[in-house]
Design a protein around this ligand. Structure first.
Ligand code: C2G
Length: 130
């Protein structure tokens, strides 16, 4: 049982998110998604989400690639998460390339190409300009 983990806000879920979740799951048998809480998003990422944590969690739990959704409350929890959930592979989009290499002593670290031309920010901007 190969266990994979990935982190994110996943607000206003789009096909770029689905692409990373599908590829992450393809690297193992069990995918843990660590979902940024509303507080973490606002306090640490200056992101104001359209959907609440509970709403974003509900959406993610409906995705066939996702096996477990847990909260991301701070930047420091990744090592503990990897150990607690016995993770073999950590996956992020390559906009984070190199940022989480410190996890290499605990698990495999994989950065996958982002899906081009789609982001929650872009969706909001496009809708506002209509
Ligand atoms: N992503 C992607 N392609 C896109 C948009 C997003 O591959 N067009 C990926 C990102 O690289 C990330 C994941 O989808 O791996 C989630 O993206 P966000 O919800 O924007 O999450 P982010 O703000 O990057 O939070 O501790 C890590 C942070 O929680 C990551």
């Amino acid at each position: 049982m190969k266990r994979v983990i990935t982190y994110g806000t996943f607000d206003m879920l789009h096909y770029g998110h689905i692409n990373i979740l599908r590829r992450a799951k393809a690297l193992g048998d069990y995918l843990v998604v660590v979902l940024s809480t509303d507080e973490f998003n606002w306090n640490s990422k200056q992101k104001k989400c359209y959907f609440t944590y509970e709403q974003r969690k509900q959406v993610l739990e409906a995705i066939r690639y996702v096996d477990l959704v847990i909260p991301e409350e701070n930047w420091e929890q990744k090592v503990t998460d990897v150990q607690k959930y016995e993770i073999d592979t950590f996956v992020m989009g390559d906009d984070w390339e190199g940022k989480f290499d410190f996890l290499k002593e605990y698990c495999e670290v994989v950065y996958l190409p982002r899906t081009p031309d789609i982001s929650t920010t872009q969706i909001k901007q496009d809708l506002n300009s209509k």
